[in-house]
Design a protein around this ligand. Structure first.
Ligand code: SF4
Length: 619
């Protein structure tokens, strides 16, 4: 597929190269002086000496076309490059940082865009005087906002993708995220914008030269040639035809070239129809027993409360969530969409969306140096040092968690380099890929993400996450996007890694209770932003004390993992929470008191808690 794409680039590439070479080689070609006049032969028809004829001053038209290409292309490329550099930087910074940066970059660009382009160019040229330098400057001002808008819009959508969040989770520096991760991914539309800009700049340069505000006569330019030919178009119509043909042809070739270049630069297109690698069937071992050496103290969340703004004021999306995790322990956080489980995980990583604000609570974490820090209040530079080293995260969709334009080995190596490993990274990457069960790790390291299967992409994400031996691994629905067989393989791999890493704690976020049974030691059930039940997995499955947990267990199909669909109704929206118990509208055990009194989380037995007014009757 790659060869076909490159071949499609050959013809437009050759044409662009020919035009550029012709323009560069103009002084070396056996052409007459483009400004030498021969008034006696003005408007002469094409001849052996003058293949395209002579203009209104008897100058050689072919020579002026070739020399004109030099001027037009130089002005257009210089203006487009300047506009691309300034506009892209403004757009990417505005889209990534938002807030005030967005205001002073993108919004200013939008103000410039409000001016009619020709009028703006005329204003700048009138203020600074005509000439090629002024022309480049004014065209750059004119076209930079276009780049800013494209870069801004693309950055906004790329910013929300998992592989950018994954880079942040690995502790990558902001500069690396902006220019190594985001920029290559937003490049294809920018390349198209560049081609359009070069073409528009050529047309505008010709227009301004035509108006006498661009290139200064007698220097040859296509705009000046069109202007000169206009007066004599009835006697010598070909004089108008040649520069118009040169302009139109060059613009078309440039557009075609950039269009093909975009296709080649975006390797995602090559993945279509490619078969996945042979999938290994791995038997799922039973969940590991809770290690005897477990002692409390890896992670302690205390009363975490998160709010989002709404037209009616702030609303709580997570309320008073507390739990503890010991080294070597696996805690599953389970609940339907909207339960707040993912936000709880993101709060641990310090990766909450901008709109979500922690308003109460602490997240105490014991680092590898033995120091306890509150992750909720840790300054960002220190948080970045922890991410990817002490704290690691695996996301739901491995397809969007990996940068599609960067080879797998490079992406795994980045997580090592982000935390100081500079030597032997290739060997370490291959060892990691082998550890997570990729069949040909050497080859996989050189492959792009689209060249391996979904399950293997998730293995790559796991390899990147464990590269620095984290003390805590957060896995946010890591098997949801995979088919059942691959789900089982990934769960087996995570269990294997847990055993190998010993003291590594894991928080496994899922909506699937069947998965919990296979991987976790303890489970935290969340509903509508609150913890409704907590306890050891075996005890919760044997005797759930909350009707929601009971309903989740009842909705599990026999024997295998499927999506939970059987509980009637839906999780209430944060701004429309029912009075009393939040689960009451869906609860088959709801009593009258449940609609008036909000239950609190009560100790049921040592290590077990439930939030239900009737938990004693649920035994
Ligand atoms: S408090 Fe009442 S409504 Fe809420 S879960 Fe318990 S029984 Fe159901």
């Amino acid at each position: 597929m790659r060869r076909i794409s490159l071949r499609s680039l050959a013809l437009p590439g050759a044409l662009v190269a020919a035009i550029v070479l012709l323009a560069i080689a103009a002084p070396l070609l056996p052409l007459p002086d483009p400004v030498r006049q021969d008034v006696a032969n003005r408007l002469a028809r094409p001849s052996l000496m003058h293949w395209l004829g002579q203009d209104e001053y008897g100058r050689d038209v072919l020579s002026r076309i070739v020399w004109g290409a030099r001027v037009s292309l130089s002005v257009a490329f210089a203006a487009a490059l300047m506009a691309a550099a300034v506009g892209t930087l403004a757009g990417i910074l505005g889209g990534y940082f938002r807030g005030m940066v967005e205001l002073v970059t993108v919004r200013v660009a939008e103000v410039v865009l409000c001016f009619p382009p020709l009028l703006l160019a005329l204003l700048v040229v009138t203020l600074m005087g005509p000439g090629a330098g002024t022309l480049v400057f004014s065209l750059a001002i004119l076209f930079a906002p276009g780049f800013a808008r494209v870069a801004y819009a693309e950055t906004l959508s790329a910013r929300a993708l998992d592989y950018v969040t994954a880079q942040e989770a690995l502790g990558a520096r902001t500069g690396r995220i902006l220019f190594r991760t985001l920029l290559p991914n937003i490049a294809p539309p920018l390349i198209v914008q560049f081609s359009l800009t070069v073409a528009s700049a050529m047309v505008l340069e010709s227009g301004l030269s035509f108006l006498g505000l661009g290139v200064v006569p007698p220097s040859p330019s296509w705009g000046l040639m069109i202007r000169g030919a206009r007066a004599s178009m009835e006697q010598a119509p070909l004089l108008l035809f040649w520069p118009c043909l040169a302009l139109t042809g060059t613009v078309l070739v440039l557009n075609l070239f950039c269009d093909r270049l975009r296709d080649v630069l975006d390797p995602r297109g090559k993945a279509a129809g490619r078969p996945g690698f042979l999938r290994r069937l791995v038997a799922l071992p039973p969940a590991a027993a809770r290690p005897a050496s477990v002692t409390p103290g890896l992670l302690a969340m205390e009363g975490l409360t998160l709010e989002v703004p709404s037209p009616a004021g702030p609303v709580q999306v997570v309320r008073d969530v507390s739990f503890q995790l010991a080294p070597g322990e696996t805690l599953a956080i389970v609940g339907e969409s909207g339960s707040g489980k993912t936000l709880t995980g993101l709060a641990v990583m310090g990766l909450l969306p901008a709109a979500v604000r922690p308003t109460a609570g602490r997240i105490l974490f014991t680092g590898r140096d033995g120091q306890v820090v509150d992750l909720l209040r840790l300054p960002e530079p220190e948080m970045r040092r922890l991410r990817g080293r002490d704290l690691a995260m695996i996301f739901q969709d491995p397809s969007s968690s990996l940068n599609p334009l960067v080879r797998i080995g490079t992406q795994v190596a980045e997580s090592l380099r982000a935390h100081g490993t500079t030597r032997g990274t290739r060997e370490r990457v291959v060892a990691l890929l082998r550890q997570v069960g990729l069949p040909d790790p050497e080859r996989a390291a050189d492959a792009y993400p689209h060249e391996v299967s979904g399950g293997q992409r998730q293995r790559v994400m796991i390899a990147a996450a464990i590269a620095n031996h984290p003390r805590l691994l957060l896995a946010d629905e890591p098997t949801t996007a995979l088919d059942v067989t691959v789900q089982a393989q990934i769960l087996a791999l995570l269990a294997e890694l847990k055993r190998a890493e010993g003291a590594m704690g894991m928080v496994f976020i899922t909506h699937n209770l069947a998965v919990v049974n296979k991987i976790a030691d303890r489970v935290l059930v969340m509903y509508a932003g609150e913890v409704v039940e907590e306890g050891p997995v075996a005890e919760i499955f044997a005797a759930p004390r909350h009707p929601y947990t009971r309903a989740l267990i009842a909705s599990m199909p026999e024997g295998d993992a499927e999506r939970l669909t059987a509980i009637p109704g839906a999780v209430p929206q944060p701004w429309a929470m029912p009075v009393g118990c939040r689960f009451a509208p869906r609860c088959d055990a709801a009593a009258e008191a449940c609609h008036a009194t909000a239950p609190v989380l009560e100790d049921v037995s040592p290590g077990r808690r439930a939030r239900c007014l009737r938990w004693k009757e649920m035994a």
